[in-house]
Design a protein around this ligand. Structure first.
Ligand SMILES: *[C@@H]1O[C@H](CO)[C@@H](O)[C@H](O)[C@H]1NC(C)=O
Ligand SMILES: *[C@@H]1O[C@H](CO)[C@@H](O)[C@H](O)[C@H]1NC(C)=O
Ligand SMILES: *[C@@H]1O[C@H](CO)[C@@H](O)[C@H](O)[C@H]1NC(C)=O
Ligand SMILES: *[C@@H]1O[C@H](CO)[C@@H](O)[C@H](O)[C@H]1NC(C)=O
Ligand SMILES: *[C@@H]1O[C@H](CO)[C@@H](O)[C@H](O)[C@H]1NC(C)=O
Ligand SMILES: *[C@@H]1O[C@H](CO)[C@@H](O)[C@H](O)[C@H]1NC(C)=O
Ligand SMILES: [Zn+2]
Length: 318
C-alpha cells in the first residue's frame, strides 16, 4: 500500500481523465487555482513541499489526482489498489431527504464528509510520514471541490443523478444529470462566453469569489453539504417545464435549464476555492504551532540527553 502510493505520487499521472467522478477537470482546476491564489506565504511553502517537486507547488496540477488513480486508462497497473477511495468522493441521502445525517449517510465515516475530516487531520499529523501527508493534501484538494458540486451530495436511488439520463442542447449523444453538473454546463459556458480559454474563465470566477467576500462556515463541512443538498432539493431536478425529472423518462434540456443553473455552479466553484484556500492556510498555521511545540520538546530532549552524557562522562572520569 505504502509503496504503491509512493509510486503513484512520484510517478503521478497527469493525463486528462475521461470518466471523471466529480467536477470535471475544468471545475477541479478552477477550485484549486482559486485556493492557490488565497494562500499565505507559509501555506504556499508548505504546499510546495508536498506536491511532486517537478510541479513547483502547483496545486492545480494535482486537483484531479484522486480521480486519475481510480481508472485503468490513467492508472493502468495500480488502479485496483485505490478502489477503496471511490466512496470518498460523495455521499447520498435517501430519495428527497433534504438533510444530511452522518449516522445514516456516512457510516464509519466512509463518505466525503468523513474524508474531509480524515485528511485535514492527517495532512498535518506528525505521526504520519511525508508520503501520507502528500496523499492527504491531494485528496483534500479534490474532495473540497467535489463537495461543492451539489450532486455529489445527492440521492441514493438515482446515484446522485447518474441514472437520470437524457439529452442536452440538441446534442445527439445521451448524457446524465450528474455529468451535466460535473462538466456539461461548464463546458457550454466556457465555449460560448470565453472562447474555451480557461484562463479567461478563471478570471471571471476569481472576481466572483472576491465579490462574494469571505464565505462563512469556512470549515463547517456539514454546512457545505447542507448547501449542496439544498440546491439538489430545490432546483436541480426541475426540468424546463418545472416537472421533476426521474430515471424512467429521458430528459431534454437546453438553454432554459442552462441559464437557470449556471449561476449556481459558478457560485459553488467560487465558494469551494475560497474555502479550500482558507482551510489550507489554517492547516499551515496549525502545523507551525505543532512543529514549534515539537522543536521545544526536541530541544528540551537534546538538553536532557546532553546533561545525561555530561553526568555519565563526569562519573566515568572521577
Ligand atoms: C499548473 O498546472 C496546470 C495543470 O497542469 C497548468 O495548466 C498550469 O499552467 C500550471 N500553472 C503554472 C503556474 O505552472
Ligand atoms: C483515512 O485515510 C486513510 C489513509 O488514506 C484511509 O486508509 C482511511 O480509510 C481513511 N478513513 C476515512 C474515514 O476516510
Ligand atoms: C435545438 O433545436 C431546436 C429545434 O431545432 C431549436 O429551436 C433550438 O434553438 C436548439 N437549441 C440549441 C441550444 O441549439
Ligand atoms: C486567454 O485569456 C488570457 C486572459 O484573459 C489571455 O491573457 C490569453 O492571451 C488568452 N489565450 C488565448 C490563447 O487567447
Ligand atoms: C417521471 O416523470 C414523468 C414526466 O414528468 C412522469 O410522467 C412520471 O410519472 C414520473 N415517474 C415517477 C415514477 O415519478
Ligand atoms: C432513452 O433514450 C435511450 C437512447 O436513445 C433509449 O434507448 C431509451 O429507450 C430511452 N428511454 C426512455 C424511457 O424513453
Ligand atoms: Zn471526485
Amino acid at each position: 500500500m505504502l509503496s504503491s502510493s509512493l509510486l503513484m505520487i512520484i510517478c503521478f499521472y497527469g493525463a486528462t481523465v475521461q470518466n471523471v467522478d466529480g467536477w470535471g477537470a475544468v471545475g477541479h482546476s478552477l477550485v484549486a487555482s482559486l485556493a492557490q491564489s488565497q494562500l499565505t506565504a507559509e501555506a504556499s511553502q508548505w504546499v510546495k513541499s508536498l506536491v511532486p517537486w517537478y510541479l513547483s507547488g502547483n496545486l492545480t496540477a494535482v486537483a484531479t489526482w484522486a480521480d486519475s488513480i481510480l481508472y485503468p486508462d490513467t492508472n493502468p497497473f495500480d488502479h485496483p489498489n485505490w478502489q477503496w477511495s471511490r466512496q470518498l468522493h460523495y455521499l447520498n441521502t435517501p430519495s428527497w431527504v433534504c438533510s444530511y445525517d452522518p449516522s445514516r449517510d456516512c457510516i464509519n465515516d466512509i463518505c466525503i464528509e468523513g474524508a474531509l475530516r480524515n485528511y485535514s487531520k492527517r495532512v498535518i499529523d506528525a505521526n504520519f510520514d511525508d508520503i501520507q501527508h502528500k496523499e492527504a493534501l491531494m485528496f483534500l484538494v479534490h474532495y473540497a471541490g467535489d463537495v461543492h458540486q451539489p450532486l455529489h451530495v445527492g440521492f441514493q436511488t438515482d446515484l446522485g443523478g447518474n441514472s437520470i439520463k437524457g439529452y442536452f442542447m440538441n446534442q445527439t449523444f445521451q448524457t446524465n444529470l450528474h455529468s451535466l453538473w460535473d462538466s456539461g454546463l461548464i463546458s457550454i459556458r466556457l465555449s460560448r462566453d470565453y472562447g474555451s480559454n480557461i484562463t479567461s474563465y478563471y478570471e471571471h470566477i476569481y472576481s466572483l469569489m472576491l465579490e462574494q467576500g469571505s464565505t462563512s462556515n469556512n470549515e463547517d463541512f456539514i454546512q457545505w453539504i447542507q448547501e449542496s443538498l439544498k440546491h439538489v432539493c430545490q432546483q436541480i431536478y426541475l426540468d424546463e417545464s418545472n416537472m421533476i425529472m426521474n430515471a424512467s423518462v429521458n430528459f431534454t434540456l437546453g438553454n432554459i435549464y442552462y441559464e437557470r443553473n449556471i449561476g449556481i455552479i459558478e457560485q459553488r466553484l467560487a465558494q469551494g476555492g475560497r474555502r479550500l484556500g482558507t482551510l489550507l492556510n489554517r492547516l499551515a498555521a496549525d502545523r507551525l504551532t505543532i512543529s514549534s511545540r515539537c522543536d521545544k520538546l526536541c530541544s528540551n530532549m537534546n538538553k536532557l540527553i546532553t546533561m545525561l552524557i555530561c553526568i555519565l562522562a563526569r562519573t566515568l572520569m572521577s
